[in-house]
Design a binder for this molecule. Structure first.
Ligand code: NAP
Length: 474
């Protein structure tokens, strides 16, 4: 059964008193028009539909009237145009009837920037005497019908007439939606593009991860499959299943985690260099900073994969075979390796650092969830994401360094002059940690703090452009 989730506090007059309910006309009895009209009806509005074929339009709840477009236009001064843009032309015939009325454009397009002007602006050209408001295009017919509005509660409203905009926002709020004023009708194009964007914040992290992953994979295949085949005629292709992925995944997790913190450091260096925060960062840096959460989540996914791949090591045939061969060899030669305390220390420290690093990594991931981050204040959020984030980076970097242990930079590990992947994966984190260490030194941190509080090195009057709400924090 359909759930109704109207906002009780902003129900129209009908629900609160004996006043006549506000009448809203909906043009179009298609999926969206019907869903929105029925929802408004449930929330106390009197709804009238305009249709090409009133007699053919399907079932509507008792109390909703369906009539011709001209008749329906006559019944209300607020008309929702639930029709595709391509069919707007017939509205010119009703131009006189629509004079001075509020027309709500809910339309979407199939492609980003499909037309030179927004659909709402096109509508205002077709019916110049009407007050056009863009709204509701981010809500789906399905969500309105099923009542599952949680994920798509946000509606963006724009228009040149303030009062009309306010009336549409009131309707949105009554329906239980979150209506945000986006300004004049010029914002319509942007609003129309919202529902067409496909994970905009995920594109950069995913492309970057894919590129890095392919690089690490090719690198590993050259080192761990092709090299042994060329020099020792050994078939190591089985490494493609677990060994190579389990070298790539930790490398990816560590590199991506470091890339979460690198843009903050670059922004801080830029602010120190410019001596002001009132200057735009380059676009790519701005975008990179906005994608940090997504980058961190991709890094966490790789860390999870590394943990799972590591847990299966004891049951691998190759590992059991290697261990058994070693033991049999020791029995045959009647020789055992003496216990090496340093190796024990390195092995245990490597595992302990990995466990702690992973624990904090998961904690960072959990606190980035909106339901959790909404519960902490800005200072707490910064503490977790910045301080604990750096601690995670330090622990994971140390985990990798200790993994290399005594043979870390040993030339015997080079194959065709190529070091193991874990050495490569340490380049970005070590760079980030060294730069961070330099930036926390008082000679840099003091001027940086002053700059971030608004101080400028040059008092020369220049057009100010805010570089973001504290985004440069490192
Ligand atoms: P739909 O099911 O195809 O309905 C469109 C309606 O437009 C038709 O039922 C028809 O109603 C009317 N219409 C008027 N002139 C027409 C003509 N010449 N040819 C065909 N139909 C004509 O589309 P919809 O899904 O309801 O979408 C309506 C608008 O809402 C679109 O602009 C869409 O972008 C927008 N929107 C839809 C959704 C969604 O989830 N579906 C979400 C957000 C926004 P009559 O037969 O009664 O005349």
């Amino acid at each position: 059964m359909e759930k109704t989730s109207c906002n009780e506090t902003s129900l129209p007059m009908k629900m609160k008193s004996s006043f006549k309910p506000e009448t809203v006309t909906v043009f179009g009895t298609g999926d969206f028009g019907r869903s929105l009209g029925n929802k408004m009806f449930q929330c106390g509005y009197s709804v009238v539909f305009g249709s090409r074929n009133p007699e053919l339009s399907g079932l509507h709840p008792k109390g909703i009237e369906v009539m011709s477009y001209a008749e329906a236009a006559h019944r209300s001064d607020l008309i929702i145009i639930a029709i595709h843009r391509e069919h707007y032309t017939f509205l010119t015939e009703l131009a006189e009837e629509l004079q001075g009325k509020i027309l709500v454009d809910v339309s979407n397009n199939l492609k980003l920037n499909q037309y030179p002007e927004s659909n709402a602006e096109y509508l205002s050209q077709l019916v110049p005497g009407a007050k056009i408001v863009k709204a509701f295009n981010t809500v789906s017919a399905w969500a309105l019908q099923s009542g599952t509005l949680d994920a798509s509660r946000q509606v963006f409203v724009c228009g040149d007439d303030k009062e009309s905009k306010q009336r549409v926002m009131d309707i949105g709020r009554t329906l239980g939606l979150i209506a945000t004023d986006q300004g004049s009708l010029m914002a319509a194009k942007e609003i129309e593009n919202y529902p067409l964007q496909l994970f905009p914040m995920w594109k950069f992290p995913l492309y970057l991860s894919a590129g890095l992953c392919v690089f690490y994979f090719v690198y590993s295949v050259i080192r761990d499959v092709i090299y042994p085949y060329v020099y020792e005629k050994k078939d190591q292709t089985f490494a493609l299943a677990i060994s190579i992925p389990n070298r790539i995944f930790p490398g990816m997790a560590l590199s991506l985690l470091a890339l979460v913190y690198l843009p903050g450091i670059m922004a801080a260096i830029l602010q120190l260099y410019r001596g002001t925060k009132y200057s735009h960062f380059p676009k790519w840096l701005d975008h990179w900073m906005l994608c940090r959460k997504q980058l961190g989540l991709v890094a966490l996914a790789f860390a999870f994969l590394h943990v799972i791949y590591t847990l299966v090591i004891p049951i691998r045939y190759y590992v059991r075979w290697k261990l058994n061969s070693k033991v049999i060899n020791q029995i045959k030669t009647n020789k055992t390796d003496p216990f090496n305390t340093t190796t024990a220390w390195l092995g245990d420290s490597y595992v302990a650092l990995g466990i702690l690093g992973f624990f904090l990594f998961v904690l960072l991931g959990i606190t980035s969830l909106p339901s959790v981050s909404n519960m902490v204040n800005w200072r707490e959020f910064r503490f977790i994401q910045s301080k604990l984030g750096y601690l995670t980076l330090i622990l994971c970097t140390a985990h990798t360094l200790v993994f290399g242990g005594k043979r870390f930079l040993s030339p015997s590990l080079l194959r065709w002059y190529l070091p193991p992947i874990y050495v490569l994966s340490l380049i970005i984190p070590c760079t980030v940690l060294v730069l961070k260490f330099i930036l926390v030194m008082p000679c840099f941190s003091r001027p940086l703090t002053r700059i971030q509080q608004g101080w400028e090195r040059m008092s020369k009057a220049s057009p100010k452009a805010h570089s973001g709400n504290g985004k440069a924090e490192v």
